[in-house]
Design a binder for this molecule. Structure first.
Ligand SMILES: Nc1ncnc2c1ncn2[C@@H]1O[C@H](COP(=O)(O)OP(=O)(O)OP(=O)(O)O)[C@@H](O)[C@H]1O
Length: 242
């Protein structure tokens, strides 16, 4: 579970987050939606303990991102914006390295790697160096790496960017599987259709503020829009006015 309350973040002259509050529950897929520059990646980087907020509080499964980052990292699997794979290591070695960082060893680690290589249909790709991977291959190995320690909460930063339709389908299936096993999944996107196709809850962020949040039905009601795309446009405009 993710609980975010009053996050503010400034980079020099840029106030990237002005006021971000929302929660994302277990057994749910939550979409963080916003235009380019709205503050999605900044929010996810604070949750991933890569950067610290100037104000406000973020909790992952009850652990505070700023005071207890190690506990947060144990609970959390992250697929960052750029895959961050080590180019000179094979897919399997990349996954193994992260498993070891999480304290997995021996037969348990080997079983976990085999399970993910099979689930993600990585096949021979797992044995190749990451250098030269296609977008889809990078995504799969990145996902395996994020899931190696069976995290309760999973964060994906714009995971479908640049993927073909088969890779998007595979990703959606996996995200639903994670939700159905009781995990909390938060993913960001700037495409409303994508969020609408998958999410139980939606948080719309504009100019560093949460402008609307709720189920798709609640968002339609709150914005008075006929469909979710129009709801997104209206909500984002509202943020611009604010
Ligand atoms: N390290 C940084 N230094 C300066 N400004 C930054 C930094 N990181 C983010 N920003 C600024 O903060 C604002 C929010 O950026 P952020 O990357 O969170 O947006 P986003 O919603 O993820 O956008 P996109 O969809 O384009 O990835 C932008 O104006 C961005 O230029």
């Amino acid at each position: 579970m993710i609980q975010v309350d009053g996050l503010k973040k400034r980079f020099g002259a840029v106030q990237a987050l002005q006021d971000v509050s929302f929660s994302a529950g277990d057994g749910k897929i939550t979409g963080l939606l916003g235009h380019n520059g709205a503050g999605k990646s900044t929010t996810l980087r604070i949750l991933s303990t890569v950067i610290r907020a100037n104000e406000g509080r973020a909790l992952i499964d009850g652990h505070d991102c700023s005071t207890d980052p190690l506990a947060v990292r144990r609970s959390l699997g992250v697929l960052p914006h750029a895959s961050g794979l080590y180019a000179h290591l094979s897919g399997r070695e990349n996954i193994r390295y992260y498993g070891e960082l999480h304290g997995l060893r021996g037969a348990e680690l080997n079983r976990s790697i085999d399970r993910l290589v099979e689930r993600l249909a990585l096949g021979a790709v797992a044995e190749r160096r990451a250098k030269g991977y296609s977008q889809g291959e990078r995504l799969k190995v990145g996902l395996a790496r994020a899931l190696i320690h069976r995290p309760q909460t999973i964060i994906l930063d714009e995971p479908t960017n640049g993927l073909d339709v088969n890779a998007v389908r595979m990703l959606r299936e996996l995200i639903r599987e994670l939700r159905d096993s009781g995990r909390c999944v938060l993913f960001s996107s700037h495409v409303m259709q994508e969020v609408a196709a998958l999410c139980d809850d939606i948080v719309i962020i504009s100019h560093g503020r949460v402008v609307v949040r709720g189920t798709p039905a609640e968002i339609l009601k709150a914005t008075g829009a006929p469909d979710l795309e129009e709801a997104f446009v209206r909500a984002a405009d509202q943020g611009e006015v604010a």
